[in-house]
Write a protein of this length. Structure first.
Length: 333
C-alpha cells in the first residue's frame, strides 16, 4: 500500500491565535509520525487571516524539531515570491539541522491575492514567467559545487534537498516530467486536470539524477470520524471557508454547522462541491472505500491529505482513522 502524508496549513480558527495554530501543527506532526505517515508538509500562503504558515521555512523547523523520523517539507514554497538563493540557503540550513528529513515542494502560484503578491514579488509577471529557470537555478544551488560556479549557497550547496514540483495544471506536469522531478498534483482543491496532467507527466518523464522513473503524489481533503454524519458535520468548516474564498471575504477558519442551508447560494454550492470532487469524508468504512477508488483512478505513488477540521481533538482523531485505513488497505493487499 502506498504511503500517506499530511498537508497542513496551520489553520487559525475563530477564537484561536497564531500561537495556538503553530502548536496545533506541532501536535499534528507528532501524531502523524506516531501513526506511520511518511511526510508532513506545510503550505506558503500570505495575507490569509485563517492561515499561520506564511513563514513556511520557520514552521517547518518548528515541526521538525518536535519529531524524529517523519519527513518535513513544503507543499509548497511559492518560488516566484523568492530568490532561488534565499530558498537554497533556508532549505540548506533545514537539511543541516534535520539531516535526511527535509523536502522542498515548489509551486508557481502567488499563494495570496494579487495586491499582496505584488508586495511580495515586486515584478510579478517576470517572476512567474521565469519559474522554470528559477527551478533549474535552485537545483544547481542545492547540488554539488562545480569548478566554474560563481554563486554558492552557504548553507545549501551539496545538500541535495529533494525537490518536488507542485501543480494544478498541465504546465507543472510538463515541467516536472522534463526535469525528472517528482510531481504532486493539487487535486484537493483543483480537480479538473488531474488525470490528464498525470498522463502528461508520465509520458514526458525523463530520468534525472534525483529520480529514475515517474513518481506521483495526489492530494485530497480528508475528514474521518466515527460516523458519516459526524464527518459531514465537521466538513462544513471547509465548505464555509470555500464559500468565503469565492466571496473574497476570507476570515479565520470557522466552526462546523449543522447545515449549510442558507449559508450558500446554489451557484456557491456547485462551486464548492466541484472543488471538493475528490474529498474523502466519512466513517472508517467509507473512507477506505473512497481511498481505494481514488488510488485506482490515479495510480498514484503517494497520497497527501489535508484535514480541514476546526476542533483539534477531532483533527487528531481523523488523522488516526486515516492511518488505520492505510494499514487496513495494506493488509488487504
Amino acid at each position: 500500500m502506498i504511503p500517506f502524508s499530511v498537508l497542513d496549513l496551520s489553520p487559525i480558527t475563530e477564537g484561536g491565535s497564531v500561537a495556538q495554530s503553530l502548536e496545533n501543527s506541532r501536535r499534528l506532526a507528532i501524531s502523524a509520525e506516531e501513526n506511520g505517515y511518511k511526510r508532513f508538509w506545510l503550505a506558503e500562503h500570505h495575507g490569509m487571516k485563517g492561515i499561520a504558515s506564511a513563514a513556511t521555512s520557520l514552521v517547518i523547523s518548528h515541526v521538525a524539531a518536535a519529531t524524529r523520523s517523519i519527513r518535513v517539507g513544503s507543499g509548497g514554497i511559492m518560488l516566484p515570491n523568492h530568490s532561488p538563493l534565499v530558498i537554497a540557503e533556508q532549505f540548506g540550513t533545514l537539511a543541516a539541522l534535520y539531516p535526511g528529513r527535509i523536502d522542498l515542494g515548489l509551486g508557481r502560484a502567488p499563494g495570496t491575492d494579487m495586491r499582496t503578491a505584488q508586495a511580495l514579488r515586486r515584478n510579478m509577471e517576470a517572476s512567474a514567467n521565469n519559474f522554470p529557470n528559477d527551478v533549474v537555478e535552485l537545483q544547481a544551488l542545492l547540488g554539488p559545487v562545480t569548478d566554474d560556479q560563481k554563486i554558492i549557497a552557504v548553507p545549501g550547496a551539496d545538500s541535495n534537498v529533494p525537490i518536488w514540483l507542485l501543480g494544478s495544471s498541465h504546465f507543472s506536469a510538463h515541467l516536472a516530467g522534463m526535469l525528472g522531478l517528482p510531481f504532486a498534483f493539487a487535486s484537493h482543491f483543483a480537480p479538473d486536470m488531474l488525470l490528464t496532467a498525470l498522463e502528461i507527466y508520465r509520458e514526458r518523464f525523463t530520468p534525472s539524477s534525483q529520480l529514475d522513473k515517474p513518481h506521483v503524489m495526489v492530494g485530497v481533503m480528508g475528514v474521518a470520524a466515527d460516523t458519516d454524519e459526524e464527518a459531514n458535520y465537521l466538513f462544513t468548516s471547509m465548505q464555509q471557508s470555500f464559500v468565503a474564498l469565492r466571496r473574497n471575504a476570507r476570515g479565520r477558519f470557522p466552526p462546523p454547522v449543522k447545515s449549510m442551508e442558507g449559508l450558500w447560494s446554489g451557484d456557491e454550492k456547485i462551486f464548492v462541491d466541484h472543488a471538493m470532487s475528490y474529498a474523502i469524508v466519512g466513517s472508517p468504512e467509507t473512507i477506505r472505500r473512497k481511498i481505494q477508488t481514488f488510488l485506482e483512478q490515479t495510480r498514484a505513488d503517494e497520497l497527501i491529505i489535508s484535514m480541514p477540521i476546526f476542533d483539534m481533538e477531532a483533527r487528531l482523531h481523523s488523522l488516526k482513522l486515516f492511518g488505520e485505513a492505510q494499514r487496513n488497505l495494506a493488509a488487504a493487499e
